[in-house]
Design a protein around this ligand. Structure first.
Ligand code: PEP
Length: 246
């Protein structure tokens, strides 16, 4: 039985005050059957770790370096994320892929860095609208998964979460229908069969793309959707809590 998991990607939105306010509200959440993780911008990670110590909220970084350490000005190593007490990291978010030219090689390298230091990597995949319109969505997602499927060891998958985020649904208010999302999640699970039947069965697959309290219940009730990666709505404590309770 896979656990339910709700993740909040704050993107480049936060201040010391807003982190305190949001996490104070979220720390009231209690449900042992679910995991909740927030991904604040890097400068607020240590504060978020401190503020969530007595709660069941986990904290993660929005990206990490593809390298271990050294002369990479501006980069944050996976080991540093782990060192300050965060235990999760997003890898390959579509904004990183499109705005910062993060390709599948970089996604694999970052995932490997994360796994090497004991972080759970949330690897994001998803097609653009143009790719869906020509029927390429499965081919695109299969390609984005290929290096992970072929190069990671089966044991590594205990620390991998896949987030299916159709690019056309991110921040647009347009959500994949539960049927569209379920079809892709089932397809992703079929790709993970190449690693092993156990990995296919056990790996959590989150849906992301304009998830709100109003649509979460129906999306999360699909058999292969194990929870959500929530962007905009995770900045509103009451909305995010309602999604977590879905
Ligand atoms: C995201 O950034 O991962 C995301 C899913 O954003 P939104 O929920 O705002 O579409």
């Amino acid at each position: 039985m896979r656990r339910r998991l709700i993740a909040g990607n704050w993107k480049m939105n936060a201040s010391v005050d807003s982190v305190r306010t949001l996490l104070r509200a979220l720390s009231e959440f209690q449900d042992d059957s679910k995991d909740v993780v927030v991904f604040p911008p890097a400068p607020y990670l240590a504060l978020a770790v401190e503020l969530t110590k007595q709660s069941q909220i986990g904290v993660g970084a929005q990206t990490c370096a593809a390298y271990e350490s050294g002369a990479y000005t501006g980069e944050v190593a996976a080991s540093m994320v782990h060192d300050i007490g965060a235990r999760h990291v997003l890898v390959g978010h579509s904004e990183r892929r499109s705005l910062f030219a993060e390709n599948d090689d970089a996604v694999l390298a970052k995932t490997q860095q994360a796994l090497a230091v004991g972080l759970t990597a949330y690897v994001c995949v998803g097609e653009t609208l143009a790719q869906r319109q020509v029927g390429d969505e499965q081919a695109v997602v299969a390609q984005q998964l290929r290096r992970l499927v072929t190069e990671l060891a089966p044991a590594d998958w205990q620390h991998i979460v896949i987030a299916y985020e159709p690019v056309w649904a991110i921040g647009t208010g347009e959500t994949a229908t539960p049927a569209q999302a379920q079809a892709m999640h089932a397809f992703i699970r079929s790709q993970l069969q190449q690693v092993s039947a156990e990995v296919a069965e056990r790996t959590p697959i989150l849906y992301g793309g304009s998830v709100k309290a109003a649509n979460a219940e129906e999306l999360f009730s699909q058999p292969d959707i194990d929870g959500g990666l929530v962007g905009g709505a995770s900045l509103d404590a009451q909305e995010f809590l309602a999604i977590c309770r879905s």
